[in-house]
Design a protein around this ligand. Structure first.
Ligand code: ZN
Length: 281
């Protein structure tokens, strides 16, 4: 099952077309995407028995974030071996977790305002939580995931590395720095949801390519570790880390410039497309 946020309304994607959830459910489920996650098991049951025959064509520019108002957004640093090496760190023996503050969450298309000349790209698989998870074992973690989507963990490297200790959360939280979409895809749609190809291109040039099976801490492991501390709530997001190929690690470093086009793609989900613009004062 695929769902999307179309012009701010929840929609099921059927044969590439959008079926409005509020209309098709005759008001049983509302138009607000965030509310869908509050009733995720009920929603799934309803959606699976729906026999929708017609929808409306999808214009990618109308798509918003699949979870538009998450209460918590976690991000994982150094979760791929080659990225850890290129960043100059030892391999972590426990997950490196920070926050992306929810005001940074954006949809799959549109302009990215660059607040400086130090903004980097990080393609990431993002999990959206469907049912509350408290201290869940690894074996039960997938049961709490509503679905997967594509994420870009845009990162302002100067702020991230300013001060005596890194400021990961602040450097990753400018408006638009949490691009997500284009769809939420339920885990059953994938042959193996733990092994997906993810890649990022910059102006058509491939800058990152990896497989999610190469994560040091798998998504179920991350859910188990995070939920041991913070209860994961419906609609929450987990950005699960990026493979190697970020701009900071290049010689010389390469950062985003006005006019650059960043396309972030994950197998079986789709792509995000952002055009970079100088941020307004
Ligand atoms: Zn990241």
């Amino acid at each position: 099952m695929r769902i999307a946020n179309v012009l701010g309304r929840s929609a099921l994607i059927v044969d590439g077309q959008a079926v409005d959830v509020e209309e098709a459910s005759e008001g049983q489920f509302g138009s607000n995407m965030s509310r869908i996650y509050e009733r995720w098991p009920d929603f799934r049951r309803w959606a699976e028995q729906l026999n929708a025959t017609s929808g409306t064509p999808i214009d990618p520019s109308q798509l918003g974030p699949p979870s538009p108002a998450p209460r918590q957004v976690f991000a994982v640093g150094l979760n791929y071996r080659d990225h850890t090496t290129e960043s100059g760190f030892e391999q972590p023996d426990s997950p490196v977790i920070c926050a992306k503050f929810p005001s940074c969450i954006a949809g799959p298309e549109g302009e990215l305002g660059l607040p400086s000349e130090n903004v980097d790209w990080e393609i990431e698989l993002v999990a959206v939580i469907g049912t509350e998870a408290r201290r869940v074992p690894v074996s039960a973690a997938w049961d709490h995931v509503a679905g997967l989507t594509v994420g870009q963990d845009y990162s302002e490297r100067r702020i991230q590395h300013a001060g005596p200790v890194p400021q990961f959360s602040l450097g990753k939280s400018f408006p638009g720095f949490g691009a997500t979409g284009p769809y939420l895809v339920t885990p059953d749609e994938f042959d193996d949801p733990d092994d997906l190809v993810l890649q990022c291109t910059l102006n058509g040039e491939q800058v990152q390519k990896g497989r999610t099976s190469a994560m040091i801490f798998s998504l179920p492991e991350l859910i188990s570790r995070i939920s041991a501390v913070c209860p994961l709530l419906p609609g929450d997001l987990i950005f699960s880390g990026t493979p190697d190929g970020v701009g900071m690690a290049r010689v010389p470093p390469r950062f985003l410039r006005e006019g650059d086009v960043v396309v972030s793609h994950i197998e079986g989900i789709g792509a995000l497309r952002n055009v970079c613009r100088a941020a307004e004062e």
